[in-house]
Design a protein around this ligand. Structure first.
Ligand code: DX5
Ligand code: ZN
Length: 214
């Protein structure tokens, strides 16, 4: 069984002291740093861009897991690569299978991992054809756009079904906390992205540990 990785989502951090917030979760045992990029088109919210990723790269040794919730992601991927991303996720709702294949080849040369994500309403069969081009799948367990939403339990059977057909890492994002982490891991999730539960906790270390070993 793969070791479960915990990826705090900085969307729930205090952006006025982002460097400090990142150091806090790094010291608390985070494995990756999940960075939510939103464009106000694919999702009804705007967050941060490549300039912020570039600054984050300077203050942490954690791998940067960049979740692109944007239209036409292939137009912007180079910016995020140059900013220092280690993992880049695109949404199947925003890109063709052919362009995922092209992107996969390009990122492989740069040693960057490619992930594909799907919204709660998008069936698994939509990503079946691209699984061979990606390193991981990010299963959304909320409708993307905002932190602090309630976990949608239909993500569990989706992860179970995905595990049966996919050998890469399975990440889950949205409403992840200590009440569902054990079920997610048992279903096959190997990366847990979690924002409000970790950044809202008094003790980030305890929160991270409670996800890893629920
Ligand atoms: C939602 C984002 C998530 C979000 C998770 O659109 O992709 O990464 O920050 O936050 P919580 O854990 O609070 O649901
Ligand atoms: Zn995310």
């Amino acid at each position: 069984m793969k070791k479960v990785k915990i990826a705090p989502s900085i969307l729930s951090a205090d952006f006025s002291c982002l460097g400090k917030e990142i150091k806090k979760v790094e010291a608390a045992g985070a494995d990756l740093l999940h960075i939510d990029v939103m464009d106000g088109h694919f999702v009804p919210n705007i967050t941060i861009g490549a300039a912020v990723v570039k600054s984050i790269r300077k203050v942490t040794a954690l791998a940067l897991d960049v979740h692109l919730m944007i239209k036409d992601p292939q137009k912007y991927v180079d910016n995020f690569v140059n900013a220092g991303s280690d993992m880049i996720t695109v949404h199947i709702e925003t890109i063709s299978s052919r362009n995922i294949q092209v992107l996969g080849k390009k990122l492989k040369k740069k040693n960057i991992k490619l992930g594909v994500s799907l919204n709660p309403s998008t069936p698994l069969k939509k990503i079946a054809g691209v699984l061979k081009y990606v390193d991981f799948v990010l299963v959304m367990s909320v409708n993307p756009g905002f932190g602090g939403q309630k976990f949608i339990p239909a993500a569990l059977p989706k992860i179970r079904q995905l595990k049966a057909i996919f050998r890469g890492e399975i990440s889950v994002d949205g409403g992840v906390n200590n009440t569902n982490a054990a079920k997610l891991i048992a279903a096959g999730a190997t990366i847990l992205a979690s924002g409000s539960y970790i950044f809202g906790a008094k003790d980030a270390k305890q929160a991270i540990n409670s996800l890893r070993k629920p």
